[in-house]
Write a protein that binds this ligand. Structure first.
Ligand SMILES: Cc1cc2nc3c(=O)[nH]c(=O)nc-3n(C[C@H](O)[C@H](O)[C@H](O)COP(=O)(O)O)c2cc1C
Length: 185
């Protein structure tokens, strides 16, 4: 069976991040056709085009690593109705030099996570706007907006809400099928 490698990028650096907890809960729900792997973004220096003549090694390593994946799964909170700067920075770093963007063509999916009631809808859709420019096909359905995140996990960070688990299972299985279709075309 063909196995697709998927980079999991979490848009929060917080130790107790609900987005990361959701990502951790998602991994065992993925079917065998997907291999999900975290790619960390917290150590990337802020994007500055002046550095491109001699890019920081962290940028180069990140670019080379992401390039090898078949798809990308973004799991992100919302900051002020958009994505956190750390995630936008990682997207910018991976997108340059433009002709070598690591994102182009990789099938993406988004799960947005919030303690609020709207499930970080704003961040989810702001991110979709960037994916259009990056030429990343983005899964349209199902959408994944996780709201009220503070009530979904126990003190050890385990997901305790079965409705959310079922939604995540459905989401990741449909993503796996969609990625398989795109990567075998
Ligand atoms: C700077 C900042 C801005 C925020 N803006 C929003 C927002 O626009 N919408 C929202 O639903 N929650 C907002 N929140 C609350 C986050 O949903 C909450 O802090 C969440 O736990 C962050 O995700 P994490 O647990 O993965 O770090 C904001 C939090 C911070 C720190």
């Amino acid at each position: 069976m063909e196995r697709n490698a998927i980079a999991v990028i979490v848009g929060s650096l917080r130790k107790e991040s609900f987005s990361r907890k959701a990502a951790k809960a998602l991994i065992p729900l993925a079917p065998p056709s997907l291999r999900l792997e975290f790619v960390e973004i917290g150590g990337l220096p802020m994007y500055n085009q002046d550095l491109e003549d001699s890019p920081p090694v962290t940028w180069t390593e990140f670019r080379e690593r992401v390039r090898k994946f078949d798809g990308v799964l973004f799991i992100t909170p919302e900051y002020n109705r958009s994505v956190p700067g750390v995630l936008k920075n990682a997207i910018d770093v991976g997108s340059r030099p433009r002709e070598k963007s690591v994102w182009r063509g990789k099938p993406a999916a988004i799960i947005s996570v919030s303690t609020g009631v709207y499930g970080a809808f704003g961040a989810n859709h702001h991110l979709r706007q960037s994916l259009v420019f990056l030429d990343m096909p983005a899964m349209q359905q199902p959408e994944a907006y996780i709201g009220g995140a503070a009530k979904l996990f126990d003190d050890n960070g385990n997901l305790t809400d079965e409705h959310t688990r079922d939604s995540l299972r459905k989401f990741i299985n449909i993503y796996a099928e969609w990625v398989s279709k795109l990567t075998t075309q």
